[in-house]
Design a protein around this ligand. Structure first.
Ligand code: ADP
Ligand code: MG
Length: 372
């Protein structure tokens, strides 16, 4: 298998700054951003305990490349789990106590991401993941177990998430559609993860929320993974941080794409897009649909305001098995999150409270057949 990933297919679909889905202005930063392109150390140093190396993360295991080759049978294609913009992810087996590689079937299963050498600023993204996931622990963030850094070889070892990404479950043909109540609980889990990040003393902006970065365990509990683009939010009386423009087309907030100005409200916008994906079962960007329906937000937004028309965006694979009231509430929440003015978007704590309240509704817990 060597150092190359199995296919380039996913890389173009979900990669930040991908050539297929480039963000407008991604190479032409506005005057506010052009001199503010962050370097590895400036991203890292803004959290007091964050380092431009891995030494602050003593709770992480440092693996050798040989260990990880052995754990994945030399990154064999049978071990391949998925691919994003920065790397390919493989299934591996390690001993739960010593963390040394074991035979498939014994020890614990892990997911091992191997950064592509050609990845855009790959080292920086790798370090951001080590530093953020190495220090932040929450039930809705995927657990980072360790890392490997040997020359150009940069790898990350995570807890294995049995059901893979939300993207696979929502959009892949031939896969059992996710029931409505599970969709709501996935939205709650994602909101909890983001709420945690946004409530830290120095807020963390996740910056790359999308269905492929939400992972599901065997019980469909959702966790945020892929912290390669995460960064610290503004401190003091600053309203935003100015950054180079990265993210994924279809999910990134319009004001961030236009100006490079970033704050937690950019994550709220992306959360609104993920809510639309959960409601509609459609991708944020789908080039196979006509131009009027290619961008999910543009297509869906006009329906969201209307309590009856909003049903037109619902995923037909749900076959009407959802609570009408709850679907209307989620559509209304998505609309608020997608407000073009970031100041009018709700905070993540408000979003979470709304969704948690929905979960207590009897109808959401037991959706009536054909309730539509
Ligand atoms: N811990 C994991 N368990 C199972 N599958 C995973 C895990 N981490 C990643 N994957 C799979 O690999 C894909 C790419 O992972 P991701 O971390 O998003 O990489 P990138 O940084 O390159 O975008 C995910 O969409 C998912 O399908
Ligand atoms: Mg990813």
């Amino acid at each position: 298998m060597g150092n190359t990933c199995r296919s380039a297919k996913c890389a173009t679909a979900s990669s930040p700054l991908s050539s297929k889905n480039p963000l407008p202005n991604s190479n032409t930063s506005s005057s506010t951003t052009s001199s503010k392109i962050t370097s590895t150390t400036s991203v890292i140093s803004s959290l007091p305990s964050f380092r431009s190396d891995t030494s602050a993360n003593s709770n992480l295991k440092s693996f050798t490349l040989i260990d990880l080759k052995n754990a994945t049978k030399n990154f064999r294609s049978e071990s391949f789990l998925g691919e994003g913009g920065f790397g390919c992810v493989f299934k591996g087996w390690i001993d739960g106590h010593t963390f040394s590689p074991t035979r498939p079937g014994s020890g614990i299963v892990v997911a091992i991401k191997k950064l592509k050498r050609e990845s855009f600023q790959g080292h920086k993204e790798w370090l951001a993941e080590v530093n953020y996931l190495g220090q932040l622990r929450h039930e809705n963030l995927v657990k980072l177990i360790g890392y490997c850094s040997e020359g150009d070889n940069k790898l990350l070892v995570y807890e294995y998430m049995q059901r893979g990404s939300l993207e696979n479950h929502l959009f892949k043909s031939g896969i059992q559609p996710i029931p409505w109540t599970t969709r709501v609980s996935i939205a709650v889990d994602v909101a909890r993860g983001l709420s945690f990040l946004h409530s830290l003393e120095i807020q963390v902006i996740y910056r790359d929320l999308k269905a492929s970065n939400v992972l599901l365990d065997s019980d469909f509990n959702a966790k945020l993974s892929d912290f390669g683009l995460a960064r610290d939010g503004p401190t003091g009386d600053k309203t935003h941080v100015s950054t180079r423009i990265v993210g994924t087309r279809g999910y990134a907030a319009p004001e961030y794409i236009a100006t490079g100005r970033l704050n937690v409200k950019s994550d709220i916008y992306s959360f609104g897009v993920v809510l639309l994906e959960l409601l509609s079962g459609r991708r944020a960007v789908d080039e196979d649909r006509g131009s009027a329906e290619e961008m999910l937000v543009d297509w869906a937004k006009p329906f969201l305001n209307d309590r009856r028309k909003m049903f037109r965006i619902m995923d037909t694979r749900l076959e009407g098995q959802y609570s009408k009231k709850a679907a209307q509430a989620v559509a209304a929440l998505a609309l608020q999150c997608l407000n073009v003015d970031p100041r009018n978007r709700p905070d993540m704590t408000e979003v979470l409270a709304t969704l948690e309240q929905l979960q207590t509704m009897k109808e959401v817990r037991t959706p009536r057949p054909n309730s539509k």
